[in-house]
Structures are given as structure tokens and as C-alpha cells.
Ligand binder design. Structure first.
Ligand code: PMP
Length: 403
């Protein structure tokens, strides 16, 4: 995996400028390989034009690549048709799309929506606000003592009042992975639709939406080596077809008269206006890159580094690791007795080690743990055991500096 680090120019730039960069904030966003940077700049420099309209070159080349990007995403998540792949600006945008176009028109007073205690605010607040606007109830599936979803409590919450379950694949804060297949299967037994927040999933395991049988799934390009401002909403065709568009405008209509408008077919119906073409082309290059390395390889490397970090950081006195037995993810959180997480992150930053400190957009989870925040490290293909060793040694230094 270390040979892959050279594909990410930021590390070479940082080295040349005499700033070491040990990037352990991959759950927040990932660095970009040269092939993604080249794909985006190649579009702007080589064949820039709008998509779907022009018959001239470079419009045809732009449209071809835009369409190809959708096909790459389809194959990447195992969807049965490109019609089920809606481009969004990210996971947050996708959640809001489903809340506004699927849930709200179907939600009535007294209905319920299920989320879990480990959700990112992006997969929590939109559902909460929707419920409050309709007099419906947001119910939160609790975590058990091991910080995993309490499946028996979850099962008891499945009633015919529930309109949708919105659940994350992996906790972005502590790194637990949910058993989505069983969760979805159980929800479906009660006729409940399931939205999966897959923001942290694509570099952990191969996604197959048909196998998972989720009704909706979303992820962000920037967390999978792609550009910012591009994301994906997958939805089952039958559901996307029934949903009204959230936004109206050009590109999503078939025929417009003074009296009425006939909407375009999927996926265009849910994508009004000029899309983020460069973003989709960058995302396609990111998917090619991921496939060339192998999702399983990437996932294994991240999980092995987490395991190694658990072992090394456990050696530090006064350090508490959260969900330390979580399997197959690359995210690990900890606190250190008597030292504020922000002080730890600032000290690490001085040494060129980039980590995240705080609540990680998961206030309900912090409330459950009764803490203000954690220090979070999250690994990717360009990280190594040597970097974990350096992290450990610096944490030991921090302890003797502050205490
Ligand atoms: N859900 C989870 C689990 C996340 O980790 C994130 C990003 N931290 C989001 C949702 C939101 O993603 P974005 O900001 O790209 O929309």
C-alpha cells in the first residue's frame, strides 16, 4: 500500500515544503490521487462544455463522459440501472432530497421515523425537522453497552406507524459497523423503507445495493478520493419514479407548455439544472482508482491499521479507546484523562499529524457517552504502521507535557 502514497501529490508537496503530513482524518475527507486531479483538469482544459444539449464537440465528449460516470457509479454500487443513480452534491444533499420528496408527502401526525443514536447530524437533523413539521415522532434506536445497535430494542420499535428507517452503515465517530442486511430484512418484514447513510462504507467493503436490498443509499465523492460537491443518491426505481422532484428547472423536463409540464424520465427528473459535470468526471476517475487497488484491499488495510492502533494506543496510561473491538472499519476514537481533545489535536498538528477532535457532528452519541468530544483517527491506503507508531509516541509526549 505504501507505494500508492506516491500517487497522492499532496504528500510530495508537503515534503518539499518541509511540512510533514500524516493524514489521519480520512473519515472527514480523503486526499486526491493524481488521476482524479488530472481527470478534473483534463475536462476543463480539454473538452469543457455543458452536457445533454449541444451536438458539437466538445459538448458530445462532455456528455459521453458524464454518462459514463453514471454507469461507473451504477456498477460501483451494484444497482440494476443507471436510472437509479441520482447525482447530488453529497450525502447531506441526498438525505434532504429523500426527506423532502419521499418522506414529507407521506408523513402524517402520529407517524414515526426511526434513526439510531450513532447517526451523523446529516442523517439525523433532516428527519427530526421533518417529524417536527408534521407532528410525527422521531424515535432513536439506542446502542447497547458495547456501543453496537441494540437489536432487541430495535426489533421492538418496528411498528406499522414507522414510515422509514434511516441508518448509517458505519459510525463516523467511533467506527462501529452495522449489520445492514439483517437490519433491512427486519425492517422490510414490517413494510418499512430503509435509507442507508453509506458515507463511510465505500472504502470499507464492496457495496451491492441489490444484495443489501436497501430502498435508498447515499455517499459522498470527497470521501472516496473524488472531488467535493459531488455525491450519489441511489433509490429503487419504483420509488424514485413515484417521488416528485425537489427542484424544477431545465434538464429535468420532457415537454413544457403554458399550462403544464411533463417531467423527464429517471434519473434526469431529480436533477434540475446544469450538473456538477467536473465532479462526476472526477468521481468516475476515483472509482477507477478504487477498482484498480481493490475495495477489499483498501478495507483490509484500514481495518488492520485500526487494529494495530488499538494495540499501540492501549499501551498509553489514561487513554480510553471507544468501541475498540469494532470490526473491519478504519475509524478509531479515544480520549485521554485530564487532557482536552482539542489540546491533543493541536499538539499533534504541530508534529504534522492531522486528526480530528470534537463531537464529529454526532451530538446525540456524545450525550449517550456523556463526553464533550473525542480525538478521532481514521486510516486510508497512504497510512502505515510507522505513522501509528509516531502517533503513539507523540501521545506519550503529550501526556508528559500536559500532566
Ligand atoms: N454521514 C456520515 C456517516 C458522515 O461521516 C458524513 C461526513 N462526515 C456525512 C453523513 C455527511 O457527508 P457530507 O458532508 O459529504 O454531505
Amino acid at each position: 500500500m505504501q507505494s500508492l502514497k506516491s500517487e497522492f501529490p499532496i504528500f510530495e508537496t508537503a515534503r518539499k515544503e518541509g511540512r510533514p503530513l500524516i493524514f489521519l482524518d480520512n473519515a472527514s475527507t480523503t486526499q486526491k490521487p493524481q488521476c482524479v486531479i488530472d481527470a478534473v483538469s483534463g475536462f476543463y482544459a480539454g473538452y469543457y462544455a455543458n452536457v445533454g444539449r449541444g451536438l458539437y464537440w466538445p459538448a458530445t465528449a462532455a456528455s459521453f463522459n458524464y454518462d459514463r460516470a453514471r454507469e461507473k457509479v451504477r456498477a460501483f454500487i451494484g444497482a440494476s440501472s443507471k436510472k437509479e443513480v441520482i447525482f447530488t452534491s453529497g450525502t447531506t444533499d441526498a438525505v434532504n432530497k429523500v426527506v423532502n420528496t419521499f418522506l414529507l408527502p407521506r408523513l402524517e401526525q402520529g407517524d414515526e421515523v426511526l434513526v439510531s443514536e450513532m447517526e451523523h447530524h446529516s442523517n439525523f437533523v433532516p428527519w427530526q425537522q421533518a417529524c417536527q413539521s408534521k407532528g410525527a415522532k422521531l424515535k432513536v434506536i439506542p446502542l447497547d453497552a458495547g456501543l453496537n445497535l441494540d437489536l432487541s430494542k430495535f426489533a421492538a420499535m418496528l411498528t406499522d406507524k414507522v414510515k422509514i428507517l434511516a441508518i448509517t452503515a458505519i459510525s463516523n465517530t467511533l467506527g462501529m459497523k452495522n449489520d445492514l442486511k439483517s437490519i433491512i430484512n427486519l425492517a422490510h418484514q414490517h413494510n418499512i423503507k430503509v435509507f442507508v447513510d453509506a458515507a463511510q462504507l465505500p472504502l470499507s467493503e464492496k457495496i451491492n445495493v441489490q444484495n443489501m436490498d436497501c430502498d435508498f443509499l447515499a455517499f459522498s465523492g470527497h470521501k472516496v478520493f473524488g472531488p467535493t460537491g459531488i455525491g450519489v443518491l441511489y433509490g429503487k426505481q419504483v420509488l424514485l419514479q413515484k417521488m416528485s422532484p425537489l427542484a424544477y428547472g431545465g434538464g429535468m423536463v420532457q415537454q413544457v407548455s403554458v399550462d403544464k409540464t411533463m417531467m423527464a424520465d429517471l434519473p434526469a427528473k431529480h436533477e434540475a439544472g446544469t450538473p456538477n459535470i467536473a465532479g462526476t468526471i472526477g468521481l468516475a476517475a476515483a472509482i477507477d482508482f478504487i477498482n484498480s487497488v481493490g475495495v477489499e484491499e483498501i478495507g483490509r488495510h484500514g481495518a488492520e491499521l485500526r487494529k494495530y492502533a488499538v494495540k499501540r494506543l492501549s499501551e498509553i496510561e489514561g487513554l480510553t479507546l471507544f468501541a475498540k473491538d469494532a470490526k473491519s472499519t478504519a475509524i478509531l476514537s479515544f480520549t485521554m484523562e485530564g487532557i482536552h481533545p482539542h489540546d491533543i489535536a493541536a499538539f499533534l498538528a504541530e508534529k504534522g499529524i492531522a486528526v480530528r477532535a470534537g463531537h464529529h457532528c454526532t451530538h446525540p452519541l456524545m450525550q449517550k457517552l456523556d463526553i464533550a468530544g473525542t480525538v478521532r483517527v481514521s486510516f486510508n491506503i497512504y497510512n502505515s504502521e510507522e505513522e501509528v507508531d509516531l502517533l503513539k509516541n507523540t501521545l506519550v509526549e503529550i501526556r508528559s507535557f500536559f500532566l
